[in-house]
Design a protein around this ligand. Structure first.
Ligand code: DQA
Length: 147
């Protein structure tokens, strides 16, 4: 079983950007925690970070062509306005979970809306790195229950 994890703009700046919101752990630590969890679960995971919308869309389409069994996506600020990412996610039918490190619902009003979450099966927000691990478990659970 293979899952694709997509991180959007500025997530490569974890540990540098707004540490009061996102914490002091860096992007590489996030990637290591995802890979460690995947190894424990016995699943394959490919983790990508892209700052541009088009490249994130290309990776969603690539996940379809490669028959990935699930997508975990943190679209960063694109969450709040990218209909193009919404449409890309809506185009593919594998399980999809949107993850946010911070609790977007208790931040600025513009972050309360996610235009991408309606194209996903679920959303996890506010649990930091743990959110990605819980998303992996959710996709695994779905995979094990498939026909
Ligand atoms: C974020 C929340 C977004 O509002 C923000 O633009 C990000 C990170 C999060 O993980 O909490 O870049 O997606």
């Amino acid at each position: 079983m293979r899952i694709i994890v997509l991180n959007g703009p500025n997530l490569n700046f974890l540990g540098i950007r707004e540490v009061g919101v996102y914490g002091t752990s860096g992007y590489e630590e996030l990637v290591s925690s995802i890979k460690e969890k995947a190894e424990k679960m016995g699943i394959q995971v490919d983790v990508y970070q892209r700052n541009s919308e088009g490249e994130l869309i290309d990776l969603i389409q690539q996940a379809y062509h490669e028959k990935a069994e699930g997508i975990i996506i943190n679209p960063g600020a694109y969450t709040h306005y990218s209909y193009a990412l919404h449409d890309a996610l809506a185009s593919v039918s594998m399980p999809k979970v949107e993850v946010h490190l911070s609790n977007i619902h208790k931040r600025e009003a513009f972050r309360h809306v996610s235009v991408t979450a309606p194209a996903c099966d679920g959303q996890i927000a506010g649990l930091g790195f743990l959110g990605y691990q819980l998303a992996m478990e959710a996709i695994m659970e779905h995979y094990e229950k498939r026909d």
